[in-house]
Design a protein around this ligand. Sequence first.
Ligand code: SAH
Length: 218
Amino acid sequence: MRTYEDSYRHKGLRKQLVELLRTKGITDERVLAAINNIPRHYFLDSAFDKVAYEDRAFPIEADQTISQPYTVAYQTQLLDLRTFEKVLEIGTGSGYQSMVLAEMQVQVFTIERQKKLFEVHKKFELRKRYPGIKYFYGDGYEGLPTYGPFDKVIVTAAAPYIPPKLIEQLKPGGKMVIPVGAGDIQRMKRLTKKSDGSVQEELFENFSFVPMLDGKNG
Ligand code: SAH
């Protein structure tokens, strides 16, 4: 069961989380403000209420996870977002990352491959606060060809390789932030598509995501 009440205690815990993220190297104030504005405990069963503002990943429905706040902040910061950009997210999961993006005044398109998560999320209370987010049930390896090209792409599952269709759907000058690796640990990469179509790659820290799987489920 979930409860939707944002108390002073929750707000205080959230401020502490934001300060922790600052000490861990998150400097983009818009990212920190987004995290400060979103009641993360709404995304978890009320049994987890006390730990919702620890910097940890948590289990959600269908054996999936809500990413660790540091990971969400880190990927969002690497996206280098500008207002009104079109952003494609692979792996809606709990919807937390999508709402962080929406707080940053960008147009969010998000894809989830698990039918159950996609359906459960439709009833989520916080969705009303972000009516602009567009949710899709589908396979992230395919992207969203009819809605692209995108300024930014964020992949929130471990990709064994860089999906070529996601590169195709990036605008020239566009960026993709993606954890790449087939094992337990992945390397965060930022790819920038040049105007001649070539791709420049930057390497960042290691992370551990649930795998990006093939095809739809459900
Ligand atoms: N962004 C999420 C993180 C969820 S974990 C959040 O903020 O909570 C990763 C999610 O990616 C899972 O929900 C998983 O089902 C989904 N996923 C895995 N492979 C996928 C694919 N090929 N296409 C779309 N979603 C996928």
